[in-house]
Write a protein that binds this ligand. Sequence first.
Ligand code: LMR
Length: 393
Amino acid sequence: MFEQLDVAPPDKILALIDLYRADTRANKVDLGVGVYRDRDGNTPVMRAVRKAEERLLNTQDTKTYLGLAGDVGFNAAMSGLVFGNSVEMSRVRVAQAPGGSGALRLIGELLHRTRPGATIWVSRPTWPNHIPTMRGAGLQVAEYAYFDAASGTVDFEAMLIDLAKAKSGDIVLLHGCCHNPTGANLTITQWQRVAGLLAERGLLPFVDIAYQGFGDGLEADAEGLRIVAAKVPEMVVASSCSKNFAVYRDRVGAAMVLARNVAQADIAISHMLAAARALYSMPPDHGAAAVRIVLDDAALRSDWRAELEDMRQRMLRLRVAFADALRRQSNSDRFDFIAEHRGMFSRLGLTEAQINRLRDEHAVYMVGDSRINVAGLPEARLDDLAKAIVSVL
Ligand code: LMR
């Protein structure tokens, strides 16, 4: 049967996990997969999440099915976290999903049901998994210009020119904050212009918000999404708790629809749940239940926010310190953009040959497009790392 197949190409980000693990060099540096690390290189369970898990263990007396939408308390808390007070919640419906990727796919399935083979515009570049996830749901993928590699900033005029080519009914995928892989984000004024353009041209916004709280703060990171939500009649959102609750392997995400009215909201969620039934039936409960407990308890919620804020501040400090080290070692301002970017990632602008040399000669691992995970930067060895990078330029 399987002689028809060639081996599938590995995922470029996830393949780094195995390569890094197999490397026995003591000084190895992992700037690959988007996982937060503390100064010791660990990714701990967050304090509030651990307490919520203890509570869950002590009080949960059944593991019977919850239903296709998962934990409805989690869903309500997540829509509040994302939309704030920007929209009437009667128009919002949420399905708990297996991680941000599961949420993306569920929404893709809904979009394909309502407009088979519709075109979805993604930023160039975007998170690599966006493309197979949307194609897997049956959508056509087109790209809009986004990043100017020379300046390390958003090429906003080019983005507007490309979005003007989209046809009414097309979908536009936007990173809510902390653009992955570039770290370059829209300003509030730019969000307002994009929101206006989407509304005028009848384009459906699809916001992927996987890093809320990692950029400018929990509320500030949702501001662009909320500007869009207040402007357009309908939109869809995929959100993830992998990073901001550090529940990566538990697979916790939410697929949300903001519909024109209550009746359309009900129709949309019925299709998302039907799609879920065919894909995996019901989402895993544990992580979402823990997140719900955190968000519904004032003390746990505030402790979670404090720890998340510490993580964000650490990444900001690392950005500044690494940009300084690169300035010292390269005698240039070529990498200053790292300090301006927000979120977990920046793209260094290295070639594949340079990235391979960094891995082979210096045990430094980064994604093949030169994306680095800022949280993986070794705080005590930033100058060594900068020197290694400069040596391959
Ligand atoms: C990343 O971009 O590194 C993370 O979102 C992990 C993943 O699944 O790719």
